[in-house]
Design a protein around this ligand. Sequence first.
Ligand SMILES: Nc1ncnc2c1ncn2[C@@H]1O[C@H](COP(=O)(O)OP(=O)(O)OP(=O)(O)O)[C@@H](O)[C@H]1O
Length: 295
Amino acid sequence: MKSELELRNVQQRFHARGVAAGYITAVDDVSFTLAAQPPQVVSLVGQSGSGKSTIARNVLGLQKPTSGSVLYGGKDIFKLSRAEYDAYRRDVQPVFQDPYAIFNPFYRVDRVLWKAVNKFGLTKSRSKGLALIEESLRAVRLEPENVLGRYPHQLSGGQRQRIMLARVHMLRPSFIIADEPVSMLDAQVRKHFLDILLDFQREHGMTTLFITHDLSTVYYLGGEVMVITKGEIVERGPVSTVMHEPSHPYTKLLLDSIPQPDPDRRWTNRITVDELEDQERADAKAAPAPEAPIL
Ligand SMILES: Nc1ncnc2c1ncn2[C@@H]1O[C@H](COP(=O)(O)OP(=O)(O)OP(=O)(O)O)[C@@H](O)[C@H]1O
């Protein structure tokens, strides 16, 4: 049975100097569910510092929330048995922004793929392992002879990212947690990467949580989107609805801040959270005063 990933009232605080409380709340009472079936793409979009990566780290079990829980198949991931944890680690796969940090510069890139074959016991035979690696490289539109045997610095950023996707393809997880995976890639390579994720959804039934600050990427992927600001998810819905009829003022500001590719229309709408607060204060002032309670 395919599992479900759920965040239930997750709060993440970090100690911080120079703030009165002595801590900041990076993630504030966040709850959402990601279903493995039907496979879906859910984007989590928000500005820098809004808490996106912290949520990714919570989901991946890299950071235990201060309170609340992360559930996989209904069980708290921080309380899994060894065997359950191993199953979870295989079924929920990360893809990060900078795969260069994951590759060891002294080893050929093949090692990352062989490690997955061996760690998860995909096959014991070397020839079958190689066949699996080659099949997965082709699935992410890489020619094995062009990448195998090379060192990480001999590949482009887009090729390194696709090697990480080949690893995902071999493991066939139910969930991919992709944290800003395309922000360092140019438009063409970015599109390739997103198309592969969409293939994974359609052909292999994988659900992706796609973390980004870029609304055009969210638009391209489709599916659902969750909008986060200051650690709180303020809106969730189908991408087309949220983009065309945003219900939260922050989402409206985020949409207004998309640069226009028109040289005659200069992009002046820079968005800041302070600006949002100013606008909220102005709205509050403009709103009619609440009626006096009838005593
Ligand atoms: N380990 C940590 N210790 C202290 N503060 C942290 C830690 N990790 C994150 N933070 C703070 O928590 C807040 C949310 O950070 P987070 O990295 O989750 O945001 P983000 O939306 O992913 O930003 P970006 O898009 O820039 O990566 C920020 O104020 C950040 O400085």
